[in-house]
Design a binder for this molecule. Structure first.
Ligand SMILES: [Fe+2]
Length: 209
């Protein structure tokens, strides 16, 4: 199988890659392309770890507890590095408040440590977290590790959260809680057949060491 670089070199040889600058040498074109690739995937913004992190969560993709209140939420995402490559050996820890805004600090309710298969994608069935006074935007905490990559601590937020007053573009800086606009994710609502649920896509981009 050809590497992406070999494929690119073939394109250059066949003259099918036109950078709009025919005076560039092949080496310059390669450098130009590689720089573009490097910039194509921005590392996910970091956030604070917060006081409610607990080690030792089980590997569990379903955090929703049957019969417990809370609006169902599905989170999907993929993990790549800044070159857009799949990352192997990824471990994703995710923890969140329950529907009342409370963290389980004695057990592992609404906490997981996923071992992501080489497909580099993950999904979690959970509930929308509640609000709590210290950080009144709904959020999911993440700690992500992978061999050869920088550990990432971040959080996902919800564009539908009343905290953003219907306009996350304008209000994401409110009270200095959210580090970066892209962490506020659009929320899709699924309304049957079957139980309603919300879903977000939270992709993760890790920096290589
Ligand atoms: Fe929190």
């Amino acid at each position: 199988m050809k590497t992406r670089r070999q494929m690119l070199e073939n394109c250059i040889v066949r003259g099918s890659l036109l950078a709009g600058a025919t005076t560039l040498s092949n080496t310059q074109l390669l450098a130009f392309w590689e720089q573009g690739e490097a910039n194509a995937h921005k590392p996910t913004s970091t956030e604070v770890l917060g006081p409610f992190y607990r080690k030792g969560a089980p590997n569990n993709t379903t955090l929703r507890i049957n019969g417990e209140p809370g609006f169902p939420l599905r989170v999907d995402g993929k993990v790549v590095n800044t070159k857009g490559q799949k990352v192997h050996g990824v471990k994703i820890e995710m923890w969140q408040a329950d529907y009342k805004g409370l963290y389980d600090v004695e057990g592992y309710r609404y906490r997981t440590k996923l071992e992501v298969a080489d497909a580099s994608s993950y999904s979690i069935e959970t509930i929308l977290p509640g609000h709590y006074d210290d950080r009144p935007a709904q959020h999911l905490h993440y700690l992500i590790t992978a061999p050869g990559h920088k550990t990432l601590i971040t959080q996902a937020y919800f564009a539908t959260d009343p905290f953003f007053d219907g306009d996350p573009d304008k209000n994401f800086k409110k009270r200095n809680i959210v580090a970066s606009r892209e962490l506020v994710r659009p929320v899709a609502l699924y309304e049957g057949p079957g139980p309603s649920r919300a879903s977000i896509q939270f992709d993760i981009c890790l920096e290589t060491l």
